[in-house]
Write a protein of this length. Structure first.
Length: 81
């Protein structure tokens, strides 16, 4: 599978004891998908302040699954009002 890249906003998700569990990124659901988010493990994201930030992501294979890792922090994309 070729490497895919995209820009997305990552949001921190905490457990009951305030430990960082994972990050989420919104995804477009289609067909039989059950989740509107992808999940990224903390070891694949550089530390940042705040609850969310924008990153360039790249896909990679880990076992039979496609995973995402954050490669660099970026400015949010321009969204006209």
């Amino acid at each position: 599978m070729p490497t895919q890249r995209k820009i997305a906003e990552l949001t921190k998700v905490y457990g009951a004891e305030k430990q960082l569990l994972f990050y989420t990124i919104p995804t477009l659901t289609g067909g039989g998908r059950r989740s509107s988010s992808d999940f990224i493990r903390p070891e694949h994201v550089p530390a940042f302040e705040g609850e969310s930030a924008w990153f360039e992501l790249e896909s990679f294979r880990e076992g039979p699954w496609r995973q995402w890792r954050a490669t660099r922090r970026v400015e949010p994309p321009y969204r006209p009002r």
